[in-house]
Design a protein around this ligand. Structure first.
Ligand SMILES: Cc1cc2nc3c(=O)[nH]c(=O)nc-3n(C[C@H](O)[C@H](O)[C@H](O)COP(=O)(O)O)c2cc1C
Length: 138
């Protein structure tokens, strides 16, 4: 069985519970690396992703405040965790439980890593109305 699959009834995509969906960005959020399952889940090749801003997978249902929290937290605390709806290249979407981390290299350079796992369905169901309300307030 494949480690990613689409719901027949909707545009939602899912990935297997034992997968880690990874990406790394520079300090501005430009993608430096994405693992194979990230590429396939998002529907892009690695070549298409490298050098692009990470908002390439931003879904229009995501409220701006969620990403403000991500950027504030990774810069001040060094980590952030949240439930995110992402957009595929083909307009499909997928939900993730994302943990983003700051990585300080020996030369002082800063990059950010995000490790995504399958979210609890209850967390997704709670985020749907919350994000809709936050969007409506924008
Ligand atoms: C390590 C890392 C991973 C990120 N992963 C995602 C992601 O999976 N989906 C997403 O929409 N934004 C992600 N972002 C946030 C984007 O950089 C961006 O802030 C967000 O998509 C909002 O787009 P905007 O800045 O154009 O409003 C990530 C940022 C970092 C630093």
């Amino acid at each position: 069985m494949s480690d990613i699959y689409k719901d027949d009834q909707s545009e939602e995509w899912y990935f297997s519970r034992d997968s880690y969906v990874l990406s790394e960005t520079d300090d501005k959020g430009i993608i430096l690396y994405a693992n194979d399952i990230f590429c396939r889940l998002a529907g892009y090749t690695l070549e298409e992703l490298i050098g692009e801003p990470h908002n390439i997978v931003r879904h229009p249902d995501m409220p701006r405040i969620a990403f403000k929290g991500l950027w504030d937290d990774i810069q001040t605390k060094g980590f952030w965790r949240g439930t995110v709806k992402n957009l595929r290249k083909d307009r499909g979407y997928y939900w993730v439980d994302a943990t983003a981390l700051r990585k300080v290299h020996l030369d002082g350079r800063v990059t950010y890593l995000s490790i995504r796992r399958v979210p609890d369905r209850a967390a997704v169901e709670a985020c749907i109305p919350l994000y809709a309300e936050l969007k409506a307030q924008e």
